[in-house]
Design a protein around this ligand. Sequence first.
Ligand code: AVI
Length: 337
Amino acid sequence: MGYSRRGVSEVGYPLGKRLRWHDFKPGRERFLADVLAGLGKWQKELPCKYLYDERGSRLYERICHLEEYYIPRTEASIMDAHIGEMAGLIGRRVRLIEYGCGNCEKVRFLLDHLEEPVAYIPIDISREQLRSVAGRLSDVYPELEILPVCADYTSRFALPTAGRQSLRAVVYFPGSTISNFTPASARQFLEHMAQVCGPGGGLLIGVDLKKDPAVLHRAYNDSQGVTAAFNLNLLERINRELGADFQPEQFEHYAFYNYPPGRVEMHLISQRDQTVRLDNTTITFARGETIWTESSYKYSLDGFREMAAAAGWRVVRVWTDDKHWFSVQYLVNVPSD
Ligand code: AVI
């Protein structure tokens, strides 16, 4: 075991000398431009990365505790059962990079099992959350160099370099966040991760699998309405941050499994004919018209393996649960000659 845990101080954690902060968070102008571009399309859409402001991140955490939303507990059970083998494949003295680390809860389990990890680079768009969790992590792992990066990880930015030499770079990408990319952009992002890790680098990734659409329907239409609140929060965020006049109660959450492309789609349906003002622009909604806010692609093992291979990754090991609902996979970057 690389490091022993110290108690986590909830308040007043010291920012240890091994913590260095990097900020590339997109500003208001980018957000406004993306919203205007998305709402100007024939099928109105909004990028799903904007679902995660402070409130959205808290709602997503609540989704992760819902009985209907099977992903976190299924992934956790796979991690629990196979963490020793995973840590063995990852090896010692790694530089661990996590895209979209959220509250960094999952990585702690992995860090606790890695041998002498050298550095951890958590990347997330939610500045407030990243700041507080990075501080707490540095308290728990005083020997680990922690290099938090606040950024939209779908954009390109330079990763900080660690002070100490590592033997390998490994990306940790849990929770099937890869599901929220279109297959074309998922492939591009896998290529980018291969470049970041370099030859011989690794990728430990959670990938949600195809399953009975009824299970998916329940997962994205939970009985407590948390997913609905998460979806509608996007309109509230646009009001708060961009000064729009959306009436969120005039929109309804709608999620369904679209079989041919193999994805759950999340939409907001306009409940009546209405107009919304945003930055001197009037946006018109017909009753029944939707804003497409998220896609969540479900993969077959073969489909994911082929996509990863096209991006330079070889699947070394796949772990799944009894029902084959979810997979955790370890891939190695094999440069083509
Ligand atoms: C983060 N991501 C993998 C979630 C998903 O299942 O696609 C986001 C989410 N959307 C609604 N519920 C959860």
